[in-house]
Design a protein around this ligand. Structure first.
Ligand code: TGC
Ligand code: FAD
Length: 388
């Protein structure tokens, strides 16, 4: 495989700080050297390369944007660039890091007690503990407010019952952030592996995100102490605020997938000869490359602006919806077009494009489907709720 050459048509590098470039380049090299040699086999075998988790801890990418202890406190742009570089490797790799940082460490950091933070944040940052985030249920995906997982009081603690579905890192987790209703109000609970009544079951036979662990969580009369509840999260806004963090990372991440695809088909077209010349010399092939580069560049610029707004404390969830929706749509389109440009070779795992394409089908669906983000934007534009 030719060395990866990142597209930067609008010289966006010039708009990054030296630290942001250094962080990005460090992760880019790690993905090239440590992850790329493993991914095709892991994908084929349907397993997450978990042996790399401690290295991710050493890299500082797990919750590296949180202001806690001696964490590196990356800027939001640096964090986004990390997501971009990880997803250039595989969406499953970025998913692992997104869930750990944005969906487990973030709620503990924002809504947890000092004891909960001290217990979990340093271990999770170092890759010594893994978390998962249980919001979706078998009958409640786009509409999590309808969740049936329920907590009832039991002395000073709680008893939790319910089921969560499609949970990334479920079978890997040491702790699950489980969202359930207590007296009709959504609350978050930290459920540790080994707690009686809590079990996980991996969902196999996926065509997408094969190098990522996806599981069902079962909670059957799970007795929890009072200290297991996140004290500061009350209402659906708690989990939805975590989704804003993760969606931000996805908006950046999928640009990495698109960059990988673009780089692959660009180099392929330069050497694959048909009708006596490289296929990159045909107008139709060039039109596809032009569309890809234009959409990658637009998404890169949107992400950079979004990151600067985030650091200034001005980013809104609706802006994140626009970036997630647009970037996922175009990354998937680019991967589908790219698969075609590789001809028959494009269906083999000699090339990474089809793996990215299959992954992006999930990424378009999770963290709010394309249409849910359309409706979020529709609400922002008109003030009218079209969900119900
Ligand atoms: P709605 O009435 O609009 O909102 C309820 C309360 O939440 C507040 N809120 C938010 N707060 C922070 N960030 C956001 N993004 C927020 N969106 C809403 C809102 O202000 C309100 O607060 P309050 O104080 O007034 O109560 O709620 P709704 O029931 O109408 O639902 C709105 C809707 C449909 C947009 C929402 O439910 C939604 O986003 N649905 C999509 C579900 C989703 O994205 N699930 C993702 C599950 S996790 C996952 O997929 C992980 S994949 C990870 C990986 O592997 O990388
Ligand atoms: P549904 O909500 O049933 O949607 C089906 C279709 O109906 C979609 O096209 C949708 O856009 C459309 N639709 C729904 N409502 C409306 C409406 N009001 N108007 C118009 N169209 C509508 N969840 C977690 O909690 N934690 C995780 O870690 C996690 N990881 C995941 C990993 C993978 C690989 C996948 C595939 C999913 C994961 N999810 C996770 C779940 C994910 O968030 C949900 O799949 C997603 O929110 C959509 O829910 P659903 O699958 O139930 O689809």
């Amino acid at each position: 495989m030719a060395p990866f050459e990142a597209p930067d048509f609008y010289a966006i590098d010039d708009l990054l700080s030296e630290e942001e470039r250094l962080t990005r380049d460090t992760v880019r090299s790690w993905v090239t050297d440590r992850f790329m040699p493993l991914i095709e086999e892991a994908y084929r075998e349907g397993r997450f390369p978990r042996a790399l988790i401690p290295e991710m801890g050493e890299l500082g990418v797990l919750g590296g944007n949180l202001d806690y202890g001696d964490f590196p406190r990356m800027s939001s742009v640096a964090y986004g660039l990390v997501m971009q570089e990880l997803e250039r490797g595989d969406s499953g790799l970025r998913s692992f890091v997104s869930v750990q940082g944005a969906l487990v460490m973030y709620p503990i950091w924002r809504y947890g007690s000092d004891e909960q933070k001290a217990r979990w944040l340093p271990a999770m940052h170092a890759g010594k503990a893994v978390g998962c985030f249980g919001l979706t249920e078998p009958d409640h995906g786009s509409d999590p407010g309808g969740m049936e997982t329920k907590a009832v009081r039991d002395g000073s603690g709680f008893v939790l019952n319910g089921a969560k579905m499609w949970i990334t890192n479920g079978d890997l987790c040491d702790v699950a952030v489980v969202w359930g209703k207590l007296d009709g109000v959504v609350r978050g609970f930290l459920v540790e592996r080994g707690t009686k009544g809590f079990s996980t079951r991996e969902q196999k036979r996926k065509h997408s995100l094969r190098a990522s662990v996806t599981s069902e969580l079962v909670l059957q009369d799970v007795h929890l102490p009072a200290s297991a509840m996140l004290p500061l999260a009350q209402g659906l806004g708690g989990p939805l605020s975590c989704l804003t963090q993760a969606r931000y990372g996805i908006a950046w991440g999928v640009v990495g997938s698109a960059m990988a695809v673009y780089d692959e088909v660009r180099t392929y077209g330069a050497t694959r000869v048909q009708f006596g010349k490289p296929i990159a010399g045909f107008q139709l092939y060039q039109a596809k490359l032009a569309t890809m580069l234009t959409e990658i560049t637009k998404a890169q610029l949107m992400n950079l602006r979004l990151g600067r707004l985030k650091d200034a404390g001005k980013m809104t969830p609706q802006q994140v919806s626009m970036a997630k929706r647009n970037a996922c749509h175009w990354a998937l389109e680019i991967a589908r077009i790219g698969r075609d440009m590789l001809g028959a070779n494009g269906i083999t795992d000699e090339y990474q494009t089809m793996r990215h394409m299959c992954n992006l089908e999930s990424v378009k669906t999770y963290e709010g489907t394309h249409d849910i983000h359309t409706l979020i934007l529709g609400h922002a534009i008109t003030g009218l709720d079209a969900f119900r």
